[in-house]
Write a protein that binds this ligand. Structure first.
Ligand code: CU
Length: 150
């Protein structure tokens, strides 16, 4: 009886671990707009896809003191940035951060973001843990990485 129980536990563990190692969250198309001055905050954008419900709970990068998740609220003709603590990621939904909408605000830049360079950024998810991506700095008026590669 005891032996059977142990065998069952081992089998469950063996099945469960590869599933845990497999990344449920995919972060891609990470990019930022070049900035003119280091004194102005920068903005970075990513596309996130998760196979199970998850939540983006924060982000960080060595190039900035703080990364904030910002949404944009429209009040008539006026758009205002709004700080949001977390970003819900429903299973199977693709969330694209883009100019004019949600973005990752890079507060307290060490230096201005120069076109053609890259920097690492780590995103923290409630379930998937930390995922680090390389962010490509595009032109000052770029709308996204797809457009830039055409
Ligand atoms: Cu912002």
């Amino acid at each position: 009886m005891m032996r059977k129980l142990i065998a069952t536990v081992v089998v469950v563990w063996a099945v469960a671990s590869p599933a845990l190692a497999e990344e449920s969250v995919r972060v891609f198309d990470a990019w930022a707009r070049a900035s003119v001055l280091a004194s102005r905050p920068g903005a970075a954008y990513v596309t996130i896809e998760s196979t199970s419900d998850d939540t983006l709970i924060g982000a960080s990068t060595p190039v900035a003191e703080q990364v904030m998740i910002h949404a944009v609220e429209k009040d008539g003709d006026v758009s205002r940035m709004k700080h949001i603590e977390t970003l819900e990621l429903p299973a199977g939904e693709r969330i694209t951060l883009a100019p004019g909408g949600m973005h990752l605000m890079l507060m307290g830049l060490q230096d201005k973001l120069s076109e053609g360079t890259t920097f690492p950024m780590t995103l923290s998810f409630e379930n998937a843990g930390e995922i680090t991506v390389e962010v490509s700095v595009l032109g000052i008026a770029a709308e996204g990485p797809r457009e830039a590669t055409q």
